[in-house]
Ligand binder design. Structure first.
Ligand code: NAD
Length: 482
């Protein structure tokens, strides 16, 4: 089977004599590749090489605009190879081809966006007094570690790696156990274009390799995207060495539909928000809060759309692909059974066997109604295509319900009344609010991150460049003519 090598210190580490981990195709349920479970010696070498690279003249002599050119060249490469990269992502995550294609384009946009920004990251001057020039200089932080989850591998790798390289840092990426393929493809392109140690790709179990990397005393920043419990573990490890973290964690995001919502648009938005990537999206619209007077009419349309969703292997470019792996499948199947037993299912609720793909991890998109908002299904991130429904009578009730979980990643508000929509947006505890849309087509330029347990810091947009710079104040005293 195809072994995905790691890239450490400018060398490919192949799997000979190493512990290997199988990587499955979620659409077929069959193993298709293997990754190496990196050992402590690999992590030591990677961090040491990164530190040397960061301090080397070779890396420092590369001008900001040249780093930018490299990133934009990578964007061009990604676009030129969009077809094969989309197929790789589709095989790795199981997502429908059109969604994988959108992810590949988003990755290209990240490299393009931050490539363009590389020579525009500027400091400042502050007036102090005559005879002092006070400069505020932005410097790269150094060795940055990027821990990536499995649901949007190429997008999430690209968004933080591009910002870190643009600002002159060196990068160690640990891809998720299940989804190494597109990160490896980017690594192949970067391999001979950067000094050894500037970009490295390490693989293996998160609780082993991830923990070794994030607790290492010689790293300078961690960007972690993943679940809340792992985020807490990463933050604790970082605290031991006083290393800053950017945490992009989970969500339980609401879509709030008022009686005066643009109906068709809202139905389409609510469906897409939960079935994208089979609900395995941090910003999935997992809770529908609908004004009581239109609940019946809205649900009728919603159920129709859910029942029309085409499900199958990602490569067949259906509306919804399989879940990622057996763990996800067992978790969701158990939850569906419980919801069936308690009478909450109004559509869906079953696992599926797709002809020719019997070992794939397929489930029906499902709507649950009748839960109290304290129910764990309404509070916890399920990470599957399951929408929970609640009603409200007043604007204040809608806001209270929307804010009633530990998360605060994104929220959707659907209303034609500009006063209601803006008022609600101003009261929502969420890092991004969408009015009469959900997601704004990805929005590379928009700051993204969570309130409450959805995370710390922001990625995307120009603001993310600050994650990878540190500020130095230099005060220069000068004398004039005497
Ligand atoms: P996870 O937390 O299990 O794993 C994420 C990454 O952390 C993986 O690479 C894993 O190997 C690694 N890891 C695991 N244990 C570790 C440890 N002790 N130390 C260091 N690294 C460790 O998450 P997942 O199941 O891969 O992804 C799903 C989660 O990610 C969901 O909660 C989802 O909401 C979240 N997510 C958030 C965003 C965002 O931008 N906010 C985006 C995508 C996914």
């Amino acid at each position: 089977m195809n072994i995905i090598p790691m890239f450490i210190n400018g060398k490919w580490i192949t799997g000979e004599g190493e512990q290997l981990i199988d990587v499955y195709n979620p659409s077929t349920g069959e193993p298709m590749a293997q990754i190496i479970n990196a050992r402590d010696v690999h992590v030591e070498e990677a961090v040491h090489a990164a530190r040397q690279a960061f301090e080397s003249r070779e890396w420092r002599n590369i001008k900001p605009y040249e780093r930018g050119q490299l990133l934009t060249a990578l964007a061009a490469y990604i676009r030129e190879h969009a077809e094969e990269l989309s197929l790789l992502e589709c095989k790795d995550v199981g997502k429908p081809l059109a969604q994988a294609q959108a992810d590949i384009e988003a990755a290209a946009r990240y490299f393009e966006f931050y490539g363009g920004a590389a020579d525009k990251v500027m400091g400042d001057t502050i007036p102090i007094e005559d005879g002092i020039l006070n400069a505020v200089v932005l410097e790269p932080v150094g060795v940055t570690v990027h821990i990536v989850p499995w649901n949007y591998p190429i997008q999430i790798t690209s968004r933080s790696v591009a910002a870190a390289i643009a600002t002159g840092n060196v990068v160690i990426v640990k891809s998720a156990e299940d989804t190494p393929l597109t990160t490896h493809a980017i690594t192949q392109w970067l391999a001979d274009k950067l000094p050894p140690g500037v970009f490295q790709h390490v693989t293996g179990y998160g609780r082993e390799v991830g923990a070794l990397l994030t607790s290492h005393p010689h790293i300078n920043h961690i960007t972690f995207t993943g679940s809340v419990p792992t985020g807490i573990a990463v933050m604790k490890a970082a605290a031991e060495n006083v290393v800053p973290v950017t945490l992009e964690l989970g969500g339980k995001s609401p879509n709030i539909v008022f009686a005066d919502a643009p109906f068709e648009q809202a139905v389409e938005g609510v469906v897409r928000a939960i079935i994208q990537n089979a609900g395995q999206t941090c910003s999935a619209g997992a809770r529908l809060l609908v004004e009581a007077s239109v609940k019946e009419a809205f649900l009728q349309q919603l159920v129709k759309c859910f029942e029309a969703i085409r499900i199958g292997p990602g490569e067949a470019d259906v509306d919804m692909g399989p879940l990622l792996n057996e763990n996800q499948y067992v978790k969701i199947a158990t939850l569906l059974k419980e919801a069936q037993k308690d009478g909450y299912v109004i559509t869906g609720g079953e696992t599926l066997q797709i002809k020719g793909f019997e070992k794939g991890y397929y489930v029906q998109p499902t709507i649950l109604d009748g839960l109290t908002h304290h129910h764990p299904f309404a509070q916890e991130e399920i990470f599957g295509p399951i929408l929970t429904v609640f009603t409200f009578e007043t604007v204040e009730e809608a806001i209270e319900l929307a804010n009633s979980t530990q998360y605060g990643l994104v929220a959707g508000v659907w209303s034609e009344n500009v006063n209601t929509a803006h008022y609600v947006a101003s009261r929502l505890q969420a890092g991004q609010v969408f009015i009469n849309n959900y997601g704004a087509a990805g929005g590379i330029q928009m700051p993204f991150g969570g309130y409450k347990k959805s995370g710390i810091g922001r990625e995307k947009g120009l603001v993310a460049l600050r994650n990878y710079t540190q500020m130095k104040n230099i005060a220069i005293k000068y004398a004039g003519p005497t």
